[in-house]
Ligand binder design. Structure first.
Ligand code: SF4
Length: 265
């Protein structure tokens, strides 16, 4: 028998909006609007935000080098954000952040490193614009790490940027869902990328997505990520596909084992 997923999802969604609003870090979904550089009627920062914001997420592309079977981007288009749009969003953010002195910009996708050239333009521009206003901007990206190379690490290091990496535990758990378009598993490539990331920034987060079919391997997955070198491992259970009672019970059992293990440590 399935779990009442709609009810769970609604609760989680309400909590997310509430906590984002309290932190002032995100806008509620109906306000998550990027200004259009081509549209003079585009809302101004002050008509959108009741309070200064500190966080801007730029979804620079829907495209990705992977085709994870559970991907939230169902119909990937090869579109890329233009420099004009990114610049307009940064300009808007500088105003919308009001008197906030520490602000953040995060690049998201798809796979944002497919737009590395754009990132290389946006970050120095945002830093200059922030400095003019007496602010400091921190930039980062959520990535599957496949495209991480020495040039990426060098740029990240020069700008003190952070990563959030997506990796699903053991090679078997990961490759079951996180594959290239030709069906090959991506774990080997991802691990190569994350080792470079962790050498630069050991506190980087491993976003470990837990599919119900991998629920009974949550402990094993976390332990493998610890072995790879991660210290921060949020386990994200997928909530938009069916869970059986057995999978849910296995998940609870694995969480109990994980909590025992970390209490013991
Ligand atoms: S890495 Fe992320 S964006 Fe790319 S296919 Fe997987 S889930 Fe989707």
């Amino acid at each position: 028998m399935g779990i009442a997923r709609e009810a769970v999802r609604a609760e989680v969604s309400a909590l997310r909006d509430e906590s984002r609003d309290q932190r002032g870090a995100f806008l509620p979904s109906h306000q998550r609007v990027a200004p259009s550089p081509h549209d003079p009627s585009s809302p101004t920062p002050h008509s959108l935000t009741p309070a200064p914001i500190r966080y801007l997420e730029l979804d620079v592309t829907e495209d990705c080098v992977l085709r994870c079977t559970y991907c939230f981007r169902r119909n990937k288009q090869p579109h890329r954000m233009s420099w004009e749009t990114a610049k307009a969003a940064v300009d808007w953010f500088m105003e919308a952040s009001g008197d906030q002195k520490r602000i953040s910009i995060y690049f998201f996708g798809g796979e944002p490193l497919m737009c590395f050239d754009l990132i290389k333009q946006v970050v120095p521009y945002a830093e200059r614009e922030a400095a003019k206003r007496g602010k400091r901007v921190h930039c980062g990206a959520t990535t599957n790490a496949v495209l991480v190379d020495e040039e990426v690490i060098k740029f990240w290091r020069e700008h003190g940027m952070s990563f959030n990496t997506s990796i699903d535990g053991t090679p078997e758990c990961h490759d079951r869902f996180r594959r290239f378009p030709d069906g090959r598993g991506s774990y080997t490539y991802v691990e190569r990328g994350v080792r470079q990331v962790l050498a630069y920034r050991p506190q980087t987060t491993a976003r470990c997505t837990l599919h119900p079919e991998n629920a009974h391997r949550a402990l094993e997955s976390v332990l493998n990520l610890v072995k790879v070198g991660y210290e921060n491992i949020p386990l994200i259970a997928i909530d938009d596909c069916p869970w059986t009672e057995e999978q849910y019970a296995a998940y609870r059992e694995q969480l109990a084992k994980l909590s025992d293990l970390f209490i013991a440590r």
